[in-house]
Ligand binder design. Sequence first.
Ligand SMILES: Cc1ncc(COP(=O)(O)O)c(C=O)c1O
Length: 458
Amino acid sequence: MDIASIIKSRVKETYDLHRQYVNPQFVRVLEVIGFNRNYTSAKGARLTDENGREVLDFLAGFGVFSIGRNHPLVAQVLRDMMETGPPSMVQMDVGTVSGLLAEALARIAPGDLEAVFFTNSGSEGVEGALKFARQATGKSKVVYCDRAFHGLTLGALSVNGNEEFRGRNEPLLPGCIPVPFNDLDALESALSGRDVAAFIVEPIQGKGVFIPDDDYLPGVRRLCDEYGALLIADEVQTGLGRTGRMFALDHWDVVPDLLVVSKALSGGYIPLGAIITRREIHSKVFDSMDRCFAHSNTFGQNDLAMAAGLATLHVLEQENLIERSARMGEYLMNGLKNLAGRYELLHEIRGKGLMIGIQFGAPKSFTLKTGWKLLHKMNEELFCQMITIPLLEKHNILTQVAGHGLDTVKILPPLIIDNADADCFLEAMDKVLKDAHKFPGSAWTTVKNLGLRTAKTA
Ligand SMILES: Cc1ncc(COP(=O)(O)O)c(C=O)c1O
């Protein structure tokens, strides 16, 4: 079977295939915003489409491709593994490569987290962490944050603070209590009954890139200890160098009881995630030989994913990507803050490392304010398209909005970007912002028409 020829001969049918067999609504969205390209190859921080156009990838598969796409070292390790004919998933054994990856994760995890459970996704990690917390504490309630995103399976959705995802799925898990993010008083009152198994939190919220005050996460740790709740850190997006430290919690020297990672862990090659916890918690779940499968899955420890994980951690270290994430993040944030001083629609730049939220807001000048109000009256989701669409269409840079109903663009570039990539993005942003500050003007007309078209075809 010649897969390369098959792909080449049928690439033009891609969107029809998806319209017919996969998700036609998503195809419509991509067509309406002009993101319906056929990408045919990728390397590092760049994608190439069928017309040979190179796109600078500032989305990185929502944070998956931290070491860049198709990293040659991970590819070589995977090829080598396949050459050896790995004895993957015998199931009635334990594998060498999974043992090695568990050891490597225990080494990078903070504090005394050393017991590892492998998963196939971030959501599955959250599901497992919730189960571990309930079993280890004998309690069932879970506290979570407004606007939190922990995945979309039913357990993870029960602690998801976004109505657009929860809707039509109720009733969800009972005993899940929302609190505002960055509010220690609200957390204390939710925990004070001492009947809560866990508080689950993203140290930096992915939807919107919200960063807590410096006393929040240390305070969270203290309150969890005081009221006997476990702290689950969801570092699916923020982990493995994304924020300029190995884990985002490291910025505040906080050690959780359960740490969930995924996304970047396998270099983007194979679905992979992990729950890393203290041995004491793990032993409360797996507390007898009868219960050695108290929580399990089929593909979790497959040899190829394990090898990709080992190779990815090796690349992170060898290429100093965590330090680079911190350095390049600062460079980009400074450049963006500079632009914020010149463009009134640009209100705030917030982020750590290479997880950056670009926050827009109502302008002061009269004419621009008219455009802002008109557009938001028409559709709360439209404004950021005035940034992301021209970034791709005119400047070949891929970005996305930070969540529903937010005037925030989020960038999650691969950690391998250099100053030239950052300058390319900043120059493009400068031009896009200049256009967006002309009202009336073509940028506003384009998104207005987009809004009209979406309303008509909804
Ligand atoms: C913080 C966080 N947790 C969990 C998830 C769910 O991960 P997955 O899509 O791999 O199930 C995501 C995905 O974006 C995430 O950002």
